[in-house]
Design a protein around this ligand. Structure first.
Ligand SMILES: O=P(O)(O)OC[C@H]1O[C@H](OP(=O)(O)OP(=O)(O)O)[C@H](O)[C@@H]1O
Ligand SMILES: O=c1cc[nH]c(=O)[nH]1
Ligand SMILES: [Mg+2]
Length: 211
């Protein structure tokens, strides 16, 4: 597993406003969207392309286009939905699948309540979206499922990670074709499994509801 922490002043600026408890839901949604587009620029660095011959009004030339099969983007509901537009802005022809997952706030175990994506992901590049990598339970279960279905290159785009979550993913996904792209790795997880300093509950802050 590879981890890439995007070091850029605009990323740091937007992340700071996201963290701020005074930021309201509409602003949080807009900033999350902008931040994902910046992260997506890094996350798609290895997107698969093929050579293509075209003619400009002046001359023939060779360029590139995204190869087939097209990448699959999978937001993890609910909070990952707030990252979808920011990513498909850069990959408008990507297919989109959905995973609904919820973490039990007592046991911190992730449960899957919805799966809507192709059964066969053989040879597919997949971008999985979830703002928070806390214990890692959710992303590990999601990525295991994607790899079981045949995905051979998985990039998780997250806004924030904890060191504990990164370590859990490194252990669980050792040797697997997985990259994590994040805006920051924070200090630690607290006893409730929240990232510290973090930004609180991403789903609640995106959608203005609790639970
Ligand atoms: O790394 P983990 O410890 O598994 O925790 C991270 C998960 O918790 C949050 O989702 P939540 O369960 O709150 O669901 P929601 O998106 O519906 O709010 C978050 O969006 C991740 O999916
Ligand atoms: O800090 C955290 C941990 C899990 N889920 C969140 O939304 N925030
Ligand atoms: Mg939540």
């Amino acid at each position: 597993m590879r981890i890439h922490v995007v070091d850029h002043p605009l990323v740091a600026h937007k992340l700071t406003t996201l963290r701020d408890e005074r930021t309201d839901s509409p602003t949080f949604r807009r900033l999350a969207d902008e931040l994902v587009t910046l992260l997506a620029y890094e996350a798609t660095r290895d997107v698969r392309t093929e050579q293509v011959d075209i003619s400009t009004p002046v001359a023939g030339t060779t360029g590139v286009r995204l190869s087939h099969p097209r990448p699959l983007v999978v937001p993890i509901l609910r909070a990952g939905l707030g990252m979808l537009e920011g990513l498909v802005r850069l990959l408008p022809t990507a297919e989109v699948g959905f995973l609904g997952m919820i973490r039990d706030e007592e046991t911190l175990e992730a449960k899957t309540y919805a799966t809507r994506m192709p059964e066969d992901l053989s040879g597919r590049q997949v971008y999985v979206l979830d703002p928070m990598l806390a214990t890692g339970g959710t992303l590990i279960a999601a990525i295991d499922l994607l790899i079981e279905r045949g995905a051979d290159d998985v990039t998780a785009v997250v806004l924030l990670a904890s060191p504990e979550g990164v370590e859990a993913m490194e252990l669980a996904l050792a040797g697997k074709p997985v990259t994590v792209v994040t805006a920051a790795v924070d200090d630690h997880l607290n006893e409730q499994g929240y990232i510290v300093p973090g930004l609180g509950d991403a789903g609640d802050r995106l959608y203005g509801t609790a639970g």
